[in-house]
Design a protein around this ligand. Structure first.
Ligand code: TZD
Ligand code: MG
Length: 996
């Protein structure tokens, strides 16, 4: 360490220096001029002001009601990092610190140091006109900060609760002396009070001296610092929840958690720690030492360094002195050691020792005064002594790569300097205090945390989409409503928050309806909001533009369909849609919004009052205790039990509980397609590789969020054993006995049911026979070996197994990748081959076996998670939503679409039985190159003809993290008609001709 700083005795007399001129790099710190009573007028520097610096928080608006030190310190960091900070001050007087010294160039440096770069407006929040400006600011703000005593903001009608009604995304940060709760909440606090009360003062100073305040207002500053941290955390949370929260930090909490060894000592011994001056409590020598001219610091953390130090100062014999052999010895004899060391140290000046000890590799440093610290080259090199508004002050301590950290910043504002401009900017836009259906719809969605919309714009919802985006809702625009609806549906499945799909009237509505119906069938929560035409014309069938009685058309296809007929009912409509979509078995809800309701106006206050924040939209529904007992009793009697996990179990997000029940009981489990990964596919209890044997031989089956529909052969024999008995966990009582007698129904939400089962389960109560477990294991080994042979096939043209083997390998170490899957052979074989390791990462054609979900699901999954997605698509399946490739490219989503191109539905070699020129009904374009499609939109294209080529393409595409499409040439002659469900495919017994 080249200690370049000169340690002059004092800069204390430098106040005689003339004040330097604004703008020159040589500006030196403030002269400590005694000030008369008069408060000098704050003069902002003339000339062009430096602009606000771009930073990670650029675009954020902060309404800063904090004053004095702790809050302003925190909001200055927000401003330094790019946020726009508007400081609201009392008219006439402004922030108290405007009158605090020291003054320089007419500015209070106390004020300027913690208010640089902010805008100032003087507002009286009790005056109607000022209040309107303030509330308009709040409507647009991201963050509000205040450091009044708890209760003061409530009295102004500006509590977190009140303000979040008009802006649910508002992050409201309160930094106070003692916090918003507890007996001292309303006590006045200043830094020294908190330093005293926190015990910081009792720990500061020398044992023989009095308790001492730390040399700066650390308790104040720590409050501001934690307020900044809280705001940053709340911003991150808001990204996920769409709503703001109340950040509550206090000076006492912040200081208390800084006490470090003071509290460790108390925790270890029950006695308070004592002041020990500059010494370290557990390391010696670690202290200040006297050289011939001044004190300096040595920090010696271990015995080795102590040896080096003794050598360097010419006292090697100290290392063998019994009093100083080890750190604990030296701790005990710290005073004696200090005397011994100083005998040597006092012979030379500090500068000498700094060099010599540093060269010996022992940490050492000078004790600088503030003038010397400010002039440290290190401080300069880090832009920590900057110029703002013509005065020198500390810079921004938070450096981020990729963002400028300029040495000259905008200065602190004069009181109300920006008042006129801000009043104009935030003049009551809705001067009549009006709102309308568009705004209320957006507010209602935001209030309930619905932060993303998937849709296609047009009459009459264009402005709704536009406004939603302007107000912070993420709008993802699609090419077809069905895909938008599918994206909303899968977002609902993954987040347990209904996905919102926005459609235009009649045709757009109908396009979206297929997705709504599919979501309902699958139990995914979603809300389709559709604009609709003039009711008066529709109801008399007068031929309105896009005329359709949408609400009634939607009813059979949705869990519920509602229409909002009056603008003041928008809040109610959203609340009903949200609760219906989420509660009980989740599903799709239709909400009809006539254009006339969207542009109807309403008094702003009445509008705000009409909104509903839905409380507990998905209430727990615990099962009856006797039902739980009955289920456990039955399972205890089983010899060959089997648990079947459905996507209801995956949706519940109680992964740990389900795993615990399965592992505690040792029952083998069979995951349904979308439940794969709930426990990893390579879990020893998984029967994934031996499904038919497990189904045929189980004597007791426990269904968890899985229905006995066609996907489980209606519970019939075969494939099930005729004698098997069933336990069923489901939230919907009408699901019980739907196909076969259920011996032990457990009706309740999956989370509550699983925890009730776990709570009532006695150790060892349930135990599958060893012979059952062994038989399954043996079958599994056999099938896994057989599968490995299929997968190793590397011939050209590729078969399904060869291609899937390549994909399996690439995905093996990427458990976070979503796998979207549709097709017939492509679906059935990929389900069997691709192993899933984490919950809810496989999403596919689901209950209906529907084609066309691919791109919508991929986009929805990517938007809500940010994770990469691999969509494995049959060539026919891909065609249903292929145009959304453009959407993927437009939003730069990390989605890799792999088209299994076998030239047709099931296979590519179908024959026209009439012998004509037309291709057969199952034939698609031979030699089509789907990879060329994505080139039109700037995505990455790959063409793979063999498994190694496919593996390379997929690895490269995933590594790039960009939209990509891989056309994967599959042998056209190897697919099976209808994949694994050929028996559901009726075939003419009469017609003749070759069947593939
Ligand atoms: N339309 C819709 C909406 N869903 C469907 N399931 C079908 C039609 C019928 N269908 C299937 O059940 S699978 C399939 C269709 C058209 C396509 C199979 O061909 P593919 O897959 O290319 O996607 P493979 O790998 O060639 O079998
Ligand atoms: Mg195909």
């Amino acid at each position: 360490m080249a200690m370049e700083v000169r340690m002059s005795e004092a800069t204390r007399d430098k106040s005689a220096q003339p004040a330097s001129v604004h703008g020159r790099a040589s500006v030196v710190g403030p002269p400590n001029r005694p000030e008369p009573d008069r408060v000098p007028e704050h003069k902002p520097p003339s000339g062009p002001e430096p602009q606000r610096v771009a930073g990670p928080f650029s675009g954020l608006l902060v309404i800063d009601l904090t004053h004095v030190l702790n809050g302003p310190f925190g909001t200055t960091i927000l401003g330094d990092l790019g946020a726009r900070v508007i400081k609201i001050e009392r008219p006439g007087h402004g922030d108290d610190t405007r009158t605090f010294g020291p003054f320089f160039m007419g500015q209070s440096l106390y004020f300027s140091f913690v208010n640089r770069g902010k805008e100032s407006i003087a507002l009286n929040l009790k005056a109607e006109a000022d209040r309107a400006v303030f509330l308009n600011m709040v409507r647009q703000a991201d963050i509000l900060t205040e450091n009044f005593r708890p209760g003061a903001m409530d009295r102004l009608g500006c509590s977190f609760g009140e303000l979040s009604k008009i802006n649910p995304r508002l992050i409201y940060a309160s930094s106070t002396g003692f916090g918003q709760t507890g007996p001292l909440r309303t006590f006045p606090a200043y830094d020294t009070i908190v330093q005293g009360m926190s015990s910081l003062m009792s720990l500061t100073g020398f044992p023989d001296g009095p308790p001492t305040r730390v040399g700066t207002s650390v308790s104040d500053l720590v409050g501001g610092t934690f307020m900044f941290c809280g705001i940053a955390a709340a911003l991150y949370a808001r990204e996920k929840t769409g709503v703001g929260c109340h950040v509550d930090v206090s000076m006492l909490d912040g200081t208390f958690c800084f006490l470090e060894q003071g509290l460790m000592h108390y925790a270890a011994t029950g006695k308070p720690a004592e002041r020990i001056g500059n010494r370290h409590p557990y390391m010696t020598p670690f202290d200040t030492f006297e050289a011939s001219d001044r004190q300096f610091v040595i920090c010696c953390g271990n015995d080795h360094l102590f040896g080096e130090l003794c050598k360097a100062i010419g006292r090697p014999e100290l290392t063998v002195d019994a009093r100083f052999l080890t750190d604990p010895d030296r701790n005990k004899n710290a005073a004696a050691l200090k005397i011994e060391m100083e005998v040597a140290l006092k012979r030379q000046p500090a500068e000498h020792w700094l060099k010599v000890i540093h060269e010996a590799g022992v940490p050492v440093g000078p004790i600088l005064d503030s003038a010397e610290a400010a002039e440290l080259p290190q401080i300069k090199a880090r832009n920590m002594w900057i110029e703002a508004g013509g005065v020198k002050m500390p810079g921004n301590p938070v450096k981020l790569s990729g963002y400028d950290d300029p040495p000259v910043r905008a200065g602190a504002p004069a009181l109300d300097q920006h008042g006129p401009a801000l009043r104009a900017e935030f003049a009551a836009v809705d001067s009549a205090g009006l709102t309308d259906g568009f705004h209320l719809m957006v507010d209602a969605l935001k209030l309930n945390g619905l932060d993303t919309m998937y849709g296609v714009a047009g009459i009459p919802v264009t402005d709704l989409a536009r406004l939603a985006q302007a107000e912070g809702i993420r709008y993802v625009g699609f090419r077809h409503e069905q895909s938008a609806g599918n994206a909303a549906a899968i977002a609902g499945y993954l987040t347990r928050k209904p996905g919102v799909c926005l459609t235009v009237s009649a045709p757009g509505f109908l396009n979206g309806l297929t997705a709504l119906a599919n979501a309902t069938t699958n139990g995914f929560p979603m809300i389709q909001i559709s604009g609709s035409s003039d009711r008066a014309k529709v109801d008399l069938q007068r031929g309105a533009y896009e005329e359709l009685d949408q609400m009634n058309a939607a009813k059979p296809f949705a869990k519920a369909a509602y229409r909002v007929d009056r603008v003041e009912d928008i809040g109610l409509g959203v609340a009903r849609a949200l609760r219906t979509a989420l509660s009980g078995r989740p599903g799709g809800v239709y909400l009809d919004l006539p254009g006339s309701v969207l542009n109807a106006t309403l008094d702003g206050r009445a509008g705000a009052r009409s909104l509903i924040r839905v409380v507990d939209p998905e209430p727990r529904q615990p099962p009856a205790p006797e039902a739980v007992q009955r289920a456990l009793d039955l399972l205890a009697r089983a010899e060959r039990p089997l648990i079947v996990l459905g996507k209801g179990a995956a949706y519940a997000q109680v992964d740990a509980g389900i795993r615990e029940f399965i592992e505690k009981t040792g029952i083998p489990f069979q995951p349904m397609s979308m439940a794969k990964g709930l426990l990893p596919d390579d879990h020893p209890q998984s029967t994934m590789a031996t499904r038919s044997y497990a189904l045929a031989n189980a004597d007791m089956v426990m269904l968890v969020g899985a229905r006995l529909n066609w996907l489980l052969a209606h519970g019939e024999s075969p494939p099930w054993s005729r004698d098997a008995r069933f336990v069923q966990l489901d939230i919907d009582p009408t699901e019980i006995d739907s196909n076969r007698a259920i011996d032990a129904p457990v009706v309740g939400d999956i989370a509550s049911s699983v925890s009730a089962l776990l709570a009532a389960l006695a150790p060892g109560q349930i135990k599958p026979r060893a012979s059952w477990v062994e038989a399954l294991a043996q079958k599994k080994r056999h099938n896994v070996e057989r599968m490995a042979q299929h997968l190793a096939a590397k011939h050209t043209p590729m078969g399904f197994f060869g291609a899937l083997g390549a994909i399996k390998e690439v995905l093996a170490d990427k458990p976070d990748v979503f796998v979207v899957n549709e097709g017939a052979n492509t679906l059935d074989l990929a389900r069997d081959v691709l192993e899933m390791r984490t919950p809810r990462k496989r999403i596919d054609s689901g209950t209906w076996g529907v084609m066309g979900i691919g791109m919508g699901y991929a986009i929805g999954a990517s938007v809500v998670s940010g994770n990469p997605v691999v969509a494995i698509e049959g060539d026919s399946a891909f065609g249903f939503s292929g145009m959304e490739i453009e959407t993927i490219c437009r939003y730069h989503l990390p989605i890799v679409t792999v088209v299994f191109n076998n030239g047709g539905i099931y296979r590519g070699d179908g024959v026209n039985l009439a012998g004509g020129a037309d291709p057969s009904p199952t034939t698609l374009m031979r030699g089509a190159r789907y990879d060329k499609l994505i080139e039109a939109f700037g995505g990455a294209s790959y063409y793979a003809v063999d498994p190694p080529g496919l593996a390379n393409a997929l690895s490269a595409a995933l590594a790039a993290g960009e939209p990509a499409l891989i056309d994967c040439a599959i042998d056209p002659s190897i697919g099976t008609e209808s994949g694994h469900i050929g028996k559901l495919n009726p075939r003419s017994a009469v017609s003749v001709g070759p069947h593939v």
